[in-house]
Design a protein around this ligand. Structure first.
Ligand SMILES: NC(=O)c1ccc[n+]([C@@H]2O[C@H](COP(=O)([O-])OP(=O)(O)OC[C@H]3O[C@@H](n4cnc5c(N)ncnc54)[C@H](OP(=O)(O)O)[C@@H]3O)[C@@H](O)[C@H]2O)c1
Length: 249
């Protein structure tokens, strides 16, 4: 299990769901992992269950100074970066009639500005031949009521990834995205919706997926390992749907 031996990987949103599953898999594959999250207590808790060479860094991706600090702490501890996984994100729903500037700013600051500023800070410290990976979503290809701002944020991130792919080409840095379908993570409990509404929504999602179920964080982590490893050495600029077929039907 050494697909990422001695690679330095930074993962945002690593205290939960997809980010945590990916951190575990990267550690298993020999990477040195920087797990970043905005809640110290959550990072301290997950640190107890991890094995391998890792550090945790508290960073709120919506704050520019936190992104700077995340990269500084990474390079101070491990030197240059090989894999930057911009995964942190939020998805609070609001119908268009209720959208406020605060709602828009919160989602765009975390889902769009955060990753872009983190990349800006990290770029001078990413090794040539390294990898930048985004957790995007299928929501920018398929419309789900109430997810207008979230979907727009992920669409913006996809557009940005295309430009970045070209901007870093002279350094051999690969830029790819993963677009998960419905994945069973704590994100649904953070949407601010009553439990029964979340349950109903979940049933509806599962029924519309050709494989008939939610995906697991580990199934996204497998894709994040593949895209970050040399197995994907000629894969660049793509968005890989890991969605049980939902975006294709
Ligand atoms: N689950 C799905 O069905 C699904 C589908 C498509 C795409 N995605 C995307 O997958 C990514 C990971 O989500 P998940 O499903 O694994 O949900 P999750 O378990 O809630 O994980 C999201 C992570 O992002 C962190 N985060 C949120 N805001 C942050 C901020 N301002 N600064 C730093 N970290 C922040 C969260 O921290 P806290 O624990 O403090 O909130 C958490 O660690 C997101 O980008 C999401 O949009 C998920």
């Amino acid at each position: 299990m050494t697909k990422l031996k001695n690679k330095v990987a930074v993962i945002t949103g690593a205290n939960s769901g997809i980010g945590l599953a990916t951190a575990k898999l990267y550690l298993k594959e020999g990477a040195k992992v920087v797990l970043s999250g905005r809640r110290k207590e959550a990072l301290d808790e997950v640190a107890k269950e991890l094995d391998g060479d890792f550090i945790t860094v508290v960073a709120d991706v919506s704050k520019d100074e936190d992104n700077k600090n995340l990269i500084e702490q990474t390079t101070n501890h491990y030197g240059n970066i090989d894999i930057l996984f911009l995964n942190a994100g939020i998805a609070p729903p609001t119908p268009t009639t209720d959208i406020t500037a605060e709602h828009y700013n919160e989602i765009f600051d975390i889902n769009v500005k955060g990753p872009i500023i983190a990349i800006k800070e990290a770029l001078p410290h990413i090794n040539d031949g390294g990898t930048i990976l985004f957790t995007n979503s299928i929501v920018h290809k398929k419309g789900f009521d109430g997810l207008g701002i979230y979907s727009a944020s992920k669409g913006a991130l996809r557009a940005y990834a295309r430009v970045l792919t070209s901007e870093v080409k002279s350094r051999g840095i690969r830029v790819n995205s993963i677009a998960p379908g419905p994945i069973d993570t704590p994100i649904y409990g953070k949407m601010g919706l009553p439990e029964d509404v979340v349950e109903e929504m979940g049933k509806g999602f599962a029924e519309s997926v050709p494989l008939g179920r939610f995906g697991k964080s580990e199934e996204i982590a497998n894709a994040a390992l593949f895209l970050a490893s040399d197995d994907a050495s000629y894969i660049n600029g793509v968005e890989l749907e890991v969605d049980g077929g939902l975006s294709q039907v």
